[in-house]
Structure formats: structure tokens, C-alpha cells
Design a protein around this ligand. Structure first.
Ligand code: NAD
Ligand code: UDP
Length: 311
């Protein structure tokens, strides 16, 4: 791959750190920017010796002036627990942070990819979700800071594209999991595996009939890089694994893989928790020749191995 300077915001987070790994491997000059809210230095520690990785501690809400060719804009807490901890800050990160990155992209003529989310579909009334669906989002609920923040971020991307010809790409990422999720992340896969390994009860919110479709992190990273390097295609494009599971099924699979004796307990379902979620990835297959290759069982086994070492 030819020499490029690539900025990854949120680069010390779960997904960002895996993306930095792959980009560093290609020989590109990578700048990992993070404020370490949910990310950690441990996630990128192994890259410390690499000459082509630079780490900047910076809060994306403030402007920053750099010279780069590509920007992957991943900075934003992604777990409901963390994005609801300081909702005003979540909106600022997704709106002001995205404006700052688009301003940078415009000034230096960089290509920019926005890490959007399946949450732009809210609690979807169309199933599976296609990119043409406009969504069903509560604008004033506890998830709105994230859902609406990401929707405005998409709006900004398209407005900078139309108004200022910024070269943009929008990835709508569906639930992604894997090694380097924080033990305290709070999302379902890490919660269940950590609970199972610690032999404490697995906490299913609601009756467990709600569904999600889980994508292993290496598949997601390939999708993001594929989108960034695609020409004449802005998206939005769904990136995710189209195999759908109920949360109760996920709990059983985790118990089986970890051979845990943990019980299952039920907790109340959080407000506005989407009932079902599954990506239609026809567009990604057609435009990016991309689809996930890691089955859930295999990905869960690798993730379990990681948490065994961490705990
Ligand atoms: P994560 O919480 O592990 O990573 C987010 C990173 O952004 C962290 O390192 C955090 O410290 C950093 N960050 C947060 N606010 C910042 C700010 N103001 N300035 C600088 N850095 C900041 O989450 P993740 O799962 O790696 O998600 C990465 C991106 O992908 C997010 O934008 C998220 O919305 C998006 N996404 C992820 C998923 C998923 O399932 N993992 C699904 C949909 C979308
Ligand atoms: N969930 C659960 N137990 C947990 C954490 C989450 O049952 O310990 C449920 C949550 O209510 C949701 C699903 O698992 O229905 C996925 O939650 P997560 O926070 O991973 O991501 P979301 O897709 O809701 O953003």
C-alpha cells in the first residue's frame, strides 16, 4: 500500500485499536488520537515500538490541526452505560467532534470515514434494516444523546460533502465484539463472558427475546478499510453480521463455551432498548465485496480466551 498519513480518532478504544493494528501493518503513518475516556493505553501498548504510530491525547470537542490523508472518525463512547454517563458530552463529541474532523478534512483535502451506527435506526419497525430506512428514534430518551448525535454526524458528513465537496464515507456499524472490550464496558458480550468466567449470574435484561447480530472485530476492521479505500461510493452502508440471535441464545452459547456454572438472572429492560436488530448487508456485498467470515461461536471463543487472560 502506498505511503499515507492516517488519523484514527478513538484509536485507543476497542475497535480503534484493532484498526490501528491493521493500518500500522500496511506501513501507513498512523496517528492515534484519544482522550482515554473509555479507551486505554493498554490497548495500544504493543504498538509503542512501531516507528509509524504516534499517539496524541486530545479531546475531539476541541479543534486540532494536523496534516493527514485519511481520517477514521471513531471517537465516541459506544456502550450505553458509558454514553449515558455524561450525555451532554456524548452529543458534543459526536457533533462538535465531527465538525472539527470535517473542518480538518476540508482544509487538508483528506478523505473521512464516519463510524456511524445501527442506532440511527432506533427501535426499528423494518426488519432487517436496509440503508434506505429512515429509522424510528426517540429524540428525547436516554439513548438519544448517542442515536441523535450519530444522526447529526451523518447529516454533517453529507452537508460537508454537498457544500464543500469533502470526500466522505459513512459506515453504519452493527454490534461488534472481540478482544480488548473493557471488562467494565457494559455491553452484552463482554458482560456475559466476564460474568461466566467469574461464576456470577449472567444478567439478561428483559426476557431475553430481543435480538442482535454480532460481528467479530477483525471482520469489521476489514469492512471499514474496504469502505475507506472504495472510490465513488459514500454510503451510508451497513457493516455487520447478518446472523441474528436472541440475547437468551447468546447467554446459553456463552455458558456452553465457558463451561460456566453461572445462573441466569433477569433484570429490567432499559428504556427504548431496541426489540430487534439485524443488518441487510446486500449493499456492502455489492459495493465493497465484503461480508463477515467469523461465526459467532468462533469469535466468542477467541474473546473468551482474551478475558481469561485479563481477569
Ligand atoms: P470504545 O468506547 O471502546 O471506543 C471509543 C474511543 O473513543 C475510546 O478510546 C474513547 O476514549 C474515545 N473517545 C470518546 N470520546 C472522545 C473524545 N471526546 N475525544 C477523543 N476521544 C474520545 O467503543 P468502540 O466499540 O471501539 O466504538 C468505536 C466507534 O465505533 C464509536 O464511534 C462507536 O459509536 C462506533 N460503533 C461501535 C459499535 C460496536 O459495536 N463496537 C457499533 C456501532 C458503532
Ligand atoms: N443486555 C443484557 N444484559 C447485559 C447487557 C446488555 O441483556 O448485561 C441486553 C441489552 O438490553 C440489549 C442487548 O443486550 O437488549 C445488547 O446490549 P448492548 O448494550 O450490548 O448493545 P445495544 O445494541 O443495546 O447498544
Amino acid at each position: 500500500m502506498k505511503e499515507r498519513r492516517i488519523l484514527v480518532t478513538g484509536g485507543a478504544g476497542f475497535l480503534g485499536s484493532h484498526l490501528c493494528d491493521r493500518l500500522v501493518e500496511t506501513g501507513a503513518d498512523v496517528i492515534c488520537l484519544d482522550n482515554f475516556f473509555t479507551g486505554s493505553k493498554k490497548n495500544i501498548q504493543h504498538l509503542a515500538e512501531k516507528k509509524n504510530l504516534e499517539v496524541i491525547r486530545h479531546d475531539l470537542v476541541e479543534p486540532i490541526f494536523l496534516e493527514v490523508d485519511q481520517i477514521y472518525n471513531l471517537a465516541s463512547p459506544a456502550s450505553p452505560v458509558h454514553y449515558q454517563y455524561n450525555p451532554v458530552k456524548t452529543v458534543k463529541t459526536n457533533v462538535m467532534g465531527t465538525v472539527n474532523m470535517l473542518g480538518l478534512a476540508k482544509r487538508v483535502k483528506a478523505r473521512i470515514l464516519q463510524a456511524s451506527t445501527s442506532e440511527v435506526y432506533g427501535n426499528p419497525q423494518q426488519h432487517p434494516q436496509e440503508e434506505t430506512y429512515w429509522g424510528h428514534v426517540n429524540p428525547i430518551g436516554p439513548r438519544s444523546c448517542y442515536d441523535e448525535g450519530k444522526r447529526v454526524a451523518e447529516t454533517l458528513m453529507m452537508d460537508y460533502h454537498r457544500q464543500n465537496q469533502v470526500d466522505v464515507k459513512i459506515a453504519r456499524i452493527f454490534n461488534t465484539y472481540g478482544p480488548r472490550m473493557a471488562v467494565s464496558d457494559g455491553r452484552v458480550v463482554s458482560n456475559f463472558i466476564v460474568q461466566a468466567l467469574e461464576n456470577v449470574p449472567l444478567t439478561i435484561y428483559g426476557d431475553g427475546s430481543q435480538t442482535r447480530s454480532f460481528c467479530y472485530v477483525s471482520d469489521m476492521v476489514e469492512g471499514l478499510i474496504g469502505l475507506m479505500n472504495s472510490d465513488d461510493f459514500t454510503g451510508p452502508v451497513n457493516l455487520g453480521n447478518p446472523t441474528e440471535f436472541s440475547i437468551a441464545e447468546l447467554a446459553q452459547l456463552v455458558l456452553e463455551i465457558t463451561q460456566s456454572k453461572s445462573e441466569i438472572v433477569h433484570r429490567s429492560l432499559p428504556q427504548d432498548d431496541p426489540v430487534q436488530r439485524c443488518p441487510d448487508i446486500t449493499l456492502a456485498k455489492e459495493k465493497l465485496k465484503w461480508e463477515p467470515v467469523t461465526p459467532l461461536r468462533e469469535g466468542l471463543e477467541r474473546t473468551t480466551e482474551y478475558f481469561r487472560q485479563v481477569l
